[in-house]
Design a protein. Sequence first.
Length: 406
Amino acid sequence: MPAPRIPDSEFTERRAKAQAMAKDMGLDALIVWSRSGHSVEAYGDLYYLTNFVSLFPCVPDRRTWSSRGHGALILPVDGEPILVTDYLDDPEDRIKVKDVRAEPDLAAGVADVLKETGLASGKLGMVGMMSFLVSALHRMQERAGHRLDLTDADHILDRLRVIKSPAEIAQMRHAANVGVKWMQATMDAIVEGNTEGDAVGAGLAVLAANGGTQQDIAIASGPNARHYMGSSGMPHWNITRPLQKGDLVHVDQWGPVDAYYTDFARSTVVGGKPTEGQRELLDGNVALIHHLVASIQPNRTTFGDLYRTGSKWLDDNGFANHKSTGDETNNFSRLFPCFGHALGLGIDGPWIVDDEETVIVPNMTLAIEALVSKPGVGASNFEENVLVTPEGAEILTAGCDSKRWA
């Protein structure tokens, strides 16, 4: 089934909103910088405004090129957008900006556009600080002939992207549906005799056939089930140890489907017959996440409230909270004290952490997750993707079995 599409007019509306917010900040223009280049964690800002990602891999700079695998949109507050890319090959006519310039020396190309438009001496808002390169800044300023006046403006796209339009909600539903197929295929392959790699491969075949690609897959099993991932190498799954009956296994899979993300987790026991301790862990993990989903009161609950609700549930039900230090199976949670995040064109903020007081409102899409553990048993991972509605929250990944044990 083809994925839903964002109408062309919506890209124009998004840019107009970003321009208005930049103008309110006293800026002359935004530079929206994103990395793609066969990685998928940082394309969201540029894609949101242009429907574009660079198709060239990220490679080291040399004399004749720079910032390969990146792209930049120069968005004047009172002018037309100009997209600068290191590589242009658009057979499907996807790009939603009229003025597109291909320049292998991307950083120099951006500086040239700034000089051409009279913006090189203006006040510039920088969006995409996560992927903006120090080498690119040096090259841009050398080309411009002076220091650029750059201000962090990441919050502009953060605020725009966190509330989803009807077209984006359709995209998120589609991504969740493909994610369910992906997870079901992975979980179906968690059988005695297979390896973690076999299960991952079975899932990836389904993901690719349905228009998705992975950012990563965290799977751990048996003696390594207390860890988040089964291998600390590349890739992150074990390909040598056959799964054995009674092994605890947890899987977290995330990546884009036609650019919008699916990201959720499931756990099980090989053979489907858990021990008493495994059952307590598995059932508790599911109950925790569904308790968090049910606690969302739109326009009232904050991300921090959700975190504190989860921490209280862990304490009340005898599981290690994120600050526990005496349980070696809790290492991941201690280093990642979080119950999830916003979701869209990436693993987005805000995050469900103690100090985040952003209010949860309708048309946000969230990934709510927890890796919970018990000494001597291991760890279980469970996560759902949800759409915040005026009444509460709808679980988009409900079509994937929560429990695969008797």
